[in-house]
Design a protein around this ligand. Sequence first.
Ligand SMILES: Nc1nc2c(c(=O)[nH]1)N[C@H]1C(S)=C(S)[C@@H](COP(=O)(O)OP(=O)(O)OC[C@H]3O[C@@H](n4cnc5c(=O)[nH]c(N)nc54)[C@H](O)[C@@H]3O)O[C@H]1N2
Ligand SMILES: Nc1nc2c(c(=O)[nH]1)N[C@H]1C(S)=C(S)[C@@H](COP(=O)(O)OP(=O)(O)OC[C@H]3O[C@@H](n4cnc5c(=O)[nH]c(N)nc54)[C@H](O)[C@@H]3O)O[C@H]1N2
Ligand SMILES: [Mo]
Length: 807
Amino acid sequence: MTNHWIDIKNADSVLIIGSNAAEHHPVAFKWIMKAKDNGAVLMHVDPKFSRTSARCDFHVPLRSGTDIPFLGGMVNYILENGCYHKDYVNNYTDAAFVVGDGYAFEDGLFSGFNAEARKYDKSLWAKAKGADGGPVIDPTHQNPRCVINLMKDHYSRYTLKNVSDITGVSQENLLKVYKNFCATGRPDKAGTILYALGWTQHTVGVQNIRLSSLVQLLLGNIGIAGGGINALRGEPNVQGSTDHALLYNNIPGYHGTPQAPWQTLAEYNKANTPVTTLPNSANWWGNRPKYVASLLKGWFGDAATPENDFCYGLLPKLEPGEDYSYMYIMDKIYNNKIKGGFIMGVNPMNSFPNTNKMRTALDNLDWLVCSEIHNSETTDNWMRPGVDPKTKKTEVFLLPSAHRIEKAGTISNSGRWLQWFDKAVEPGGEARNFADVVVPLFNTIRTMYKQEGGVLPEPIMKMHWTDKYDPEEWARRINGFFWADTKVGDKTYKRGQLVPTFGVLKDDGTTSSLNWIYTGSWTEEDGNKSRRRDPSQTPLQANIGLFPNWSWCWPLNRRILYNRASVDVNGKPFNPKRVVIEWDGTKWVGDVPDGPWPPMSDPKGKLPFIMVKDGHSQFYGPGPADGPFPEHYEPAETPLASHPFSKQLSSPVYKYHKSPMDQIAPPADPRYPIVLTTYSLTEHWCGGGETRNVPNLLETEPQLYVEMSHELAKEKGIKNGDGVLLESARGKCEAIAMVTVRIRPFTIMGKTVHLVGMPFAFGWTTPKCGDSTNRLTVGAYDPNTTIPESKACCVNLHKADKLTEIG
Ligand SMILES: Nc1nc2c(c(=O)[nH]1)N[C@H]1C(S)=C(S)[C@@H](COP(=O)(O)OP(=O)(O)OC[C@H]3O[C@@H](n4cnc5c(=O)[nH]c(N)nc54)[C@H](O)[C@@H]3O)O[C@H]1N2
Ligand SMILES: Nc1nc2c(c(=O)[nH]1)N[C@H]1C(S)=C(S)[C@@H](COP(=O)(O)OP(=O)(O)OC[C@H]3O[C@@H](n4cnc5c(=O)[nH]c(N)nc54)[C@H](O)[C@@H]3O)O[C@H]1N2
Ligand SMILES: [Mo]
């Protein structure tokens, strides 16, 4: 989230799109209801009607996978009607930047496309460079290659008719949302966008979100109270896990993972540290070398010295372009390239797409270590229905895991708040929490290395390690320490004391921090700030629901990111009724500002978008793999043979695998004419591995079902409660028919398209739960993040006289 949960109450317009917030973020939803009490208009744009829709002023159904046309139409509406926030756009965005000659767009393809590699040469998309190497800026917008002109041109195709034809949303409904939300383009109004998996789980997931930033920047909605782009994060600590680099492509604190071409720290820093020519750009990532050196110091301690590159050479390096994400790991297992491994706290045999392939793949392992709180489809894969366990070679070690209430630590919520929780009870039986499994394991490995030697001993032996796990010790290490006595202002810190802020981190080995954005969370002065529960605030802060002494949030306890964009160039709030920060003539008051500098009109002032090299937020983004402007592509599996925006039907660069078990149906395949979308349930948690073992939850939602419209049910001769057999290009699945008005047929380019919806919380291990929805879903992935397209694939269905095949 750029903002935080309480702040949603400040919104005048709330657009919930691609999320079922009421059911999956029920506690946080109270702030959405507060906004409504305050007079905000609530809108839900979603293929099906849910409890979220019921609480909104209106629900607008759209066909799954068509959010880019929906929002592209909104961008077109804003630009055609000139209802954007002019001061904001002119001063704080790249609207006036000139794009280089290499960029072009034709028939759905951007320049530089290599069809064989399914990749673009992104270097062609660079912005124009002046004689000094800096950007070329035309504040008059006369140059046709100014970003704002190219953007206008690009989205001029997203007319109400085209958008309505492809999304299935009536023109009237489109205008209802556009008018309401675009009314927040005024300086004194705020609109927030709340999204989750309905946006991310698509082959165009990243571009869905990028397009929301185009809308929010045009309307001046980033950095302000009640505004922002707010990802409703899923698992309780998914925010923390991304911050601490659960994903393979970055190391803690959002630094790219070292790659093979960067063998030295100098090479790494050169490739990853942006340089700006604009004196009023803070270019915060220019500080990266300090944060990376401090991270290495945190990892390797005394062994890390300036002379040995702080042990940078000991880090593994990625091959550029290689994908190490989980779907690619599963494909390697399928292809017998991995012999064994650990699966902990995840149930991929039920929750990953195209489960039939996943299950077959897992059979290839010689050994598997699972840590679980229950037996699951994954731990018991070797004895799944229809399989003779004697024919399966995998040796499975099942370690009983403690439950999360049986350990202490922190959770970072969607609003980036870091909150400590204590252990409620001791783990039962032989169960252990994650750290008490892996720390002793690593201790044993280290002992064996010491006694017997082994491959590549240095990283294992030189690591700054403690052989007993203590969450408080690690929380302090994450904050970071001084490694030499250091004077900061008039205060001297001793070696071994905690660093107070990332402003003091250095690249010379005198500081450590396991994650620079968390520096300041535990200090000598204030102790563990994630424990703070102090509701005190100034009147200015109280006015917008900002509680600076309640827990702590990254970075630096700044509650609203990019808050310098909430004021004009003189530091005066755009909206005097909901002040986030304000320049009082000598200093900022309110939230922690994005940097201490005076307002922009001062010669020492800085631009608000401090994490962007040139300080201006970007409408034009040459970074993503699939283009600098979001463009509509159909999902990998689509009921259509064409669409009105271009000749390019699906994304030309989405990723997929090519095994015999990775079938993707061709466009408009008559065998699979129905769109399937999938989702979570209020009464279960994700794949259900945990909640299907809780009897009262299982009783409330006992079985897999498929939601379908009355119209489709009639066409297929199906009644509510009938057994249904569904089929996709990858597998079959049985479910009970739930015939409902919550889902309606769509009219797409004059033709009826049916959509059905299924939860993915059920699987075979818990008796009578039935089949796994993911036997149907497709292994097609976003080219930037490799997230699978769980929200759209194509199926067919018919009435089943008898349900047989539980699996
Ligand atoms: N009770 C409960 N709470 C949960 C979870 C749970 O399992 N149970 N799971 C947690 C986790 S890990 C996560 S990630 C979150 C998930 O939170 P959400 O993303 O809110 O939940 P989903 O059910 O995956 O999907 C959200 C909505 O997207 C819609 N949708 C599908 N396709 C599209 C599309 O193309 N466009 C648009 N606009 N909408 C679409 C679906 O109809 C659905 O209503 O919830 C978290 N909270
Ligand atoms: N079709 C479809 N598929 C989806 C999605 C979708 O919307 N549609 N959503 C995706 C999303 S957003 C997510 S987050 C994933 C979730 O996918 P999973 O993470 O596989 O889902 P869970 O069912 O939460 O599985 C977690 C397992 O961990 C166990 N567990 C719980 N607590 C602990 C613990 O403390 N320690 C250990 N070792 N184990 C524990 C539980 O018993 C459970 O079996 O599913 C994804 N899959
Ligand atoms: Mo999730």
